[in-house]
Design a binder for this molecule. Sequence first.
Ligand SMILES: NC(=[NH2+])NCCC[C@H](N)C(=O)O
Ligand SMILES: [Mn+2]
Ligand SMILES: [Mn+2]
Length: 299
Amino acid sequence: MNKDITIIGVPLDLGAGRRGVDMGPSAIRYANVKDRLEKSGYHVLDLGNLNVPTPETYKIENQKLKYLKEVTAINKILAEQVSKIMQKGRFPLVLGGDHSIAIGTIAGVSKHKKNLGVIWFDAHGDINTPETSPSGNIHGMPLAVSLGEGHPDLTQILNFSPKIKSENIVLIGARDLDKGERNFIKERGIRVYTMHEIDRLGMAQVVEEAIYYVTKNTDGVHLSLDLDGLDPNDAPGVGTPVTGGITYREGHLAMEMIAEANILISAEFVEVNPILDERNKTAHIAVGLMASALGEKLL
Ligand SMILES: NC(=[NH2+])NCCC[C@H](N)C(=O)O
Ligand SMILES: [Mn+2]
Ligand SMILES: [Mn+2]
């Protein structure tokens, strides 16, 4: 495992429907992310936050792609930063912010990988296009964009598309999919472990299969974890909670199995909303999950 981590915060909430996830990176730092990872033997460099515009100072121009210009600009900067971190041989750890930042992270990582695998933990599919999105919020679109579908300003970040292939990605924890997302997933044959499969097979088998699947034809795996993939009882501080999610225990088991498999080259943890949280509980869980995913051990 790469022992050099570079943290980058993206206090963006323009891709989400409500305010608050812009404070996610602060809350995660307050939960001692750097110390925690250093205890596991990592060298951690924190670059701080990208400079992100405030929604109140901008106008929504297109209801089907809210804040497209601003979200595109910030993701371009993020993609370039992540690419630089990769170039230096370090492990990028991106703190969100809303999930639209996966567009930039995945662009920056996949620039260095021909066949990037992605493990996507989420209650949602985030695989809408402007045509299928019920909200116009870009945080519901990053997987589609990374697969080459969506507005060209977004798909063409770093001047290549698609960033990833349908057969190299796996979704875990889905329980709220829009109609267009279901069609997209079926048409492309994308591997999804919904809560039904997790209940049925158990998290251990799901993650074992998922790891096998995303490592088959890939040259590195990116972990994109939306805290709303967890159950709102455990992670209440998220903008779009959906009941019946992954438990704290299942989440940690999944992260520990991913760490054991030693497959990650990058990760992002997104959608922490401190305004809706209870005493920073969700940020603490996010940091715990990061530590587990990066190999923290009790003994
Ligand atoms: N990253 C997220 N929390 N995404 C929630 C997306 C919700 C819904 N599917 C939408 O497109 O608006
Ligand atoms: Mn989600
Ligand atoms: Mn998401």
